[in-house]
Design a protein around this ligand. Structure first.
Ligand code: SF4
Length: 52
């Protein structure tokens, strides 16, 4: 399960990990910290391994 650590997210820009998720599991409201839909997530770790 992917856990977003909000304290590490500047929450001032569009999250660059959204386009990395091939199953569309990551979403973001405004510039808030993103959220992961664990029903959709296949735990490929692309978002975790891409430190953008
Ligand atoms: S682990 Fe993979 S499927 Fe899950 S949110 Fe990250 S990129 Fe998407």
């Amino acid at each position: 399960m992917i856990v977003i650590r909000k304290e590490l997210c500047p929450q001032n820009h569009p999250c660059p990990t959204l386009p990395l998720c091939l199953v569309g599991a990551i979403s973001q409201q405004g510039f808030n910290a993103p959220t992961v839909d664990n029903e959709k997530c296949i735990c490929c770790c692309k978002c975790v391994n891409n430190h953008v």
